[in-house]
Design a protein around this ligand. Structure first.
Ligand code: SAM
Ligand code: SF4
Length: 326
């Protein structure tokens, strides 16, 4: 059976947050206040992650992405991916890159051939300002390690006006000699992340800037891709644009989420959550809960806004990004 919502969208992709903890402090992701993280024993165990994933696979899921918080801060990360690699799915990982060198063996064993690494600047001082941590060199080294190990690297850059929009061209330049994929992401509003529309640089403008200096050609996108991909004549790498705000891709959405505290969310921007883990731990059948969550899914942007230029951040009801799982 397939998970189809009221708008006929088939849901076959699960994004699973395995922790709300992180070794960085990116301000667009974490609220300023002192964060309290879930106690380790409340997080889903590797067995629970496997068993719940198996249920989603029975319901047609063919891709699971591990995210967080920072997924690699979990000591049992190796065990989690080795278990998941037994399922007939594509496994994705989104990470800040700091701890990748600890897990290269495990990644290989689990047949992970591509990894999404978040990096918003190539300047180590600015890196420190954005993440509150002084780890640019280590992250950059790990990015190179991945490429040496033939793991395809997709770099996620959240573009924020006045913070790193002056580095877009530098990121595109990386693709000249490196077989790397750069993804420009529009800055999105979440709980207490000081978002306002003036800080958003729409991808349309980014594309214009890039086109002035590089000769781009369109690459084919897959049907549920959220990014629009381009090649650059003479370059080894590629770029793409994730225009969540200015050109949302809700009509082809196939994604659902489980938060680190075991709640199912049907949309990044939705406020609806259903408690999966409590039911699962009581031994109840969670399939009706999953189906109900998908049934409740809104047509667009969690039903909370339409044109991002009219968003009043204080009217949005949602979690912070780190508590959702990117
Ligand atoms: N810690 C991992 C990392 O940084 O890649 C995984 C979790 S993080 C929440 C997932 C992705 O969400 C990252 O690429 C991050 O840059 C992005 N992200 C966080 N807050 C965002 C925001 N306000 N707007 C757009 N992207 C955001
Ligand atoms: Fe941590 Fe990733 Fe959020 Fe940065 S974006 S605070 S690395 S979870």
């Amino acid at each position: 059976s397939m998970l189809k919502d009221r708008y006929n969208r088939i849901h076959d992709y699960l994004r699973l947050s395995i922790t709300d903890n992180c070794n960085f402090r990116c301000s667009y992701c974490m609220p300023d206040e002192k964060m309290s993280f879930l106690k380790q024993k409340l997080l889903m165990s590797p067995e629970e992650i496997f068993d719940i994933s198996k249920i989603f696979v029975q319901l047609g899921v063919n891709k699971i992405r591990l995210t967080g918080g920072e997924p690699l801060v979990r000591k049992d990360f190796g065990e989690i991916i080795s278990k998941l690699s037994l399922l007939p799915i594509k496994i994705g990982i989104t990470t800040n890159g700091l701890l990748i060198d600890n897990y290269l063996e495990e990644l290989k064993k689990a047949d992970i051939s591509s990894i999404n690494i978040s990096l918003d600047t190539l300047n180590d001082q600015k890196f420190k300002t954005i993440t509150q941590r002084n780890h640019f060199a280590k992250v950059w080294e790990n990015i190179q390690r991945c490429m040496q190990e033939n793991i395809h690297v997709k770099l996620n850059m959240v573009v924020i006006k006045g913070v790193n929009d002056d580095e877009i061209i530098d990121f595109v330049n990386l693709t000249k000699d490196l077989p790397i994929h750069i993804r420009l992401i529009e800055f999105m509003p979440f709980d207490q992340n000081n978002w306002n529309k003036e800080k958003v640089l729409s991808n349309k403008i980014a594309l214009q800037k890039i086109s002035e200096q590089f000769s781009l050609f369109k690459l084919k996108d897959d049907k549920n891709d959220t990014d629009k991909k381009f090649g650059i004549f003479g370059h080894s790498g590629t770029i793409s644009f994730i225009s969540t705000l200015s050109d949302s891709f809700c009509s082809t959405c196939n994604r659902m989420r489980i938060t680190a505290d075991g709640k199912m969310k049907n949309c990044l921007f939705g406020k609806d959550e259903l408690d999966l883990i409590s039911a699962f731990r009581k031994g109840e059948n969670i399939i009706p809960i999953i189906k109900k969550s998908i049934f409740l899914k809104h047509q667009k942007l969690g039903g909370q806004f339409d044109d991002y230029k009219n968003i009043q951040p204080h009217n949005l009801e949602n979690r912070s990004m780190i508590k959702i799982g990117g």
